[in-house]
Ligand binder design. Sequence first.
Ligand code: HAM
Length: 442
Amino acid sequence: MSLIAQIQAVRGMNDVLPADVGLWQRLEAVARELLEAYGYAEIRVPVVEHTELFERAIGEHTDVVEKEMYTFVDQGDESLTLRPEATAGIVRAVIGNGMLRGQRHKLWCTGPMFRHEKPQKGRFRQFHQIDVEAVGFPGPDVDAELIALTARLWRRLGVERVALQLNSLGTAESRRAYRTALADYFRAHESRLDADSRRRLDANPLRILDSKSPEMQELVAGAPVLTDHLDAESRAHFDALRAALDSMGVDYRVNPRLVRGLDYYSRTVFEWVTDALGSQDAVCGGGRYDGLIGQLGGEATPAMGFALGMERTIELLRQAPGQSGARSPHVYVIVSGERVATGLKVIESLRDALPQLRFELSLGGGNFKSQFRRADRSGAELAIVLGEEELGRGAAALKPLRQGTGQSECPLAELSERILAALGAERGSRHANGGRGGSIGG
Ligand code: HAM
C-alpha cells in the first residue's frame, strides 16, 4: 500500500467513466437532433460570469444566490461566479452581442453548472444541463411547442416514469397582489416559520412556498394559491396553453404550488417530475421570463425556456429497459504474435473499407486462448483471426462470438464483405431471439 495520500475528487463533482459515456452521448445526440429539428441553434457561453449577473437575474433571496453560488474574487479584484444555471448567461450574451432589436432567437446550450448544495442521490455540486431558450416570442404557442419538444424527447429516449406539472405565476402586477395575500397569511403564522422563511417574509414571501424544510410543508400546503390571483391576460394565456397541450395529447397536471426556485419567471412555469429518483424529483423545468431581459438592461423582450438535468435523465435512462452505456466493438481482431505488423495493416484497411464499424485489435498479443478470452469479454459480435497458417494462405478466419456457428475462412480480399454478411446474420439471429437489434454503426 502506498503511503502517499491520494487526492480525492471535490465532493459533489463526479467523473463520468467510460462505462457510462455511451448513455451521455446518446442523450446528447438525441437532444441535439431534436433541437435542430425544432429550429434551435447552439450557443456557447462562458462558465464564469460576473456575480452581479446571477444576483440580478436569479434574485437575491433565492437559495441559489443566498447559499449555493461558487463565488470568488479573481486577481483583478472582480467578483466572479461559476454559473449555477445557463439562462442568465445566455440573456447577457443576447443583449451584449446586439442580438435583440426586435429579432427572435431559438437557442440551446449544454455544459456544467455549479451549485453548492448538499450532495445526495441525484443532487450534485457540478451537474450538467441541456438548456433551451426561445427569445422574442410572447407565446403561448411557443410555450406549448417547447413543452411538446420535451415530451417528444422522453419518447425518443424511451423514458417513461416522468409526469408534467404546470402552473401560471401571472404578471409582475398580479404576483404583487398575491405576495400581499401570502405575506398576510404567513405573518398570521409567524411562530411556525423557520429562520429562512422569517427572513424572507418581507423580502420575498413567494420563496417560502419553495421551502425544502419538512416542518414547513403543512403550513405551505394551507397557503393561498396564486391561480386565484391571476390577471385576465395571464389566465387567457394559461387557458390557451392548456388547450394547445390538450390538442397535442400532452398530459399534465396543474399544480398551483409550483413556483420554481428562481425569481425571473412570470406566467407559464412547468416541471417534469419523476418518482424514480427519490427526493430529487425534478428532471426538467422552466418557464416564461418576460421581464428578465429588460431587467438586465436589454429592450423589453418576452422569452421562454427550460433546462433538463442530465445526471437525473441519465439515471432514468439507466433504469429504462435495454439500455447500456457500454459501447462494444463490432469486430475483435486476434493476431498471431509474429504477425503484428500484418495485423495492423489488415485492421487499418478494414477501417478504411468499413468506417461505420468499431474494430478492436488485440493489443499486447498473448496466446490465442487468452486473446479469445479478451475477445469474449470485449462484447464484440465477431472475431477475426489472423493466424500464421491462414495468413500464409492469404486468408483470415472468422468466428461469430455470440452464437454457436463455428469458424470459417475467407481470402483477405473478401474480408470486408464477409464481415458485413456475418454481422448481418448475427443481428438477424439475435432479432429472432428477441434481442435488441439495430443498424450497423448504431
Ligand atoms: P432549475 O429548475 O434550477 O432551472 O434546474 C433545471 C434542472 O437542472 C432541474 O430540474 C434538475 O434536473 C437539474 N438540477 C438542478 N440542480 C441540480 C443539482 N444540484 N444536481 C443535479 N441536477 C440538478 C434552471 O436552471 C433554469 N435556468 C431553467 C430555465 C431555462 N428556465 C428558463 N430557461
